[in-house]
Design a protein around this ligand. Structure first.
Ligand SMILES: NC(=O)c1ccc[n+]([C@@H]2O[C@H](COP(=O)([O-])OP(=O)(O)OC[C@H]3O[C@@H](n4cnc5c(N)ncnc54)[C@H](OP(=O)(O)O)[C@@H]3O)[C@@H](O)[C@H]2O)c1
Length: 239
């Protein structure tokens, strides 16, 4: 489905990012894996390091990606931070750190990527949001607010870049499994599994396959949208 396409995935050595990169590659894309502090362990993975809060590092990442892949058709803005803190304990520095790691990073990467895609036949940009962008969880006031901003940025970017053939969409996951989560947060896993209509946590590959759809020509008339990938949890009534 993505044969001949080139893709950049940010935070590609994290849990969900690795799944997104794997699914894009499985569908034929050549993938550049971005990381900040955890380099990939497989020697054959194309990778670039950058702190995405810094404009010069983002520009270097995009230039190196274009140079090494010979094109840039797909960008997945997956990198993000997700600390848990009660609102009453959040400082202005905590709030700003979550916005910097979530919104500033996607703003900088989207703008730099779109500048390259304009005049090169367009492309597809995907932001990894969260169901918390519309349904906040306790301890996540900064995170939920930042993900809501990311969803609006996605719509605004779709509006401005559509005439250049660049589609911009979001994927908003629910709770995604990671190694050790059952031991670290047993009550959260049990509650999710009991209440989600599809009866399980998501996997990084579930998120990755939604990205494959939004990156491919199957979604050619879809832009500015938010695809929720949560096993149906967000349609469950609270009463
Ligand atoms: N896990 C879930 O249940 C869930 C649910 C909904 C949405 N999400 C979203 O999915 C995305 C991935 O989450 P995850 O659970 O896979 O988390 P993760 O394993 O912690 O991965 C996050 C990635 O973001 C990178 N990153 C963070 N700040 C960065 C910065 N300033 N510059 C460059 N890279 C930066 C990290 O890089 P390094 O580790 O290399 O430093 C890491 O690769 C996030 O946007 C998150 O909000 C997660």
């Amino acid at each position: 489905m993505l044969t001949g396409k080139t893709a950049l995935v940010t935070g590609a050595t994290g849990g969900i990012g690795a799944g997104i990169a794997a699914r894009l590659a499985a569908h034929g894309a050549r993938v550049m894996a971005h990381y900040r502090s955890r380099p990939p362990t497989q020697p054959d993975v194309l990778a670039v390091q950058a702190d995405l809060r810094k404009p010069a590092e983002v520009d270097r990442l995009l230039a190196e990606t274009l140079d090494r892949l010979g094109g840039l058709d797909i960008v997945v803005n997956n990198a993000g931070v997700q600390p848990v803190q009660p609102l009453s304990e959040q400082t202005l520095a905590d709030w700003r750190a979550v916005f910097a790691g979530t919104v500033d990073t996607a703003f900088l990467v989207t703008k730099a990527a779109a500048n390259l895609m304009v005049g090169r036949g367009g492309g597809a940009i995907i932001a990894i949001g969260s169901i918390e962008g519309t349904l906040p969880a306790v301890g996540h006031a900064h995170y939920a607010s930042a993900k809501a901003a990311l969803l609006m940025h996605t719509k605004a970017a779709a509006l401005e870049y559509g005439p250049h053939g660049i589609r911009v969409n979001a994927v908003s996951p629910g709770l995604i499994s990671r190694p050790g989560i059952e031991d670290a947060w047993p009550e959260g896993v049990a509650s999710w599994t009991e209440h989600a209509p599809l009866g399980r946590l998501g996997t990084p590959e579930d998120v990755g396959d939604a990205c494959v759809f939004l990156a491919s020509d199957l979604s050619r008339w879809i832009t500015g949208q938010n695809l929720t990938v949560d096993g149906g949890m967000s349609v469950r009534p609270a009463w």
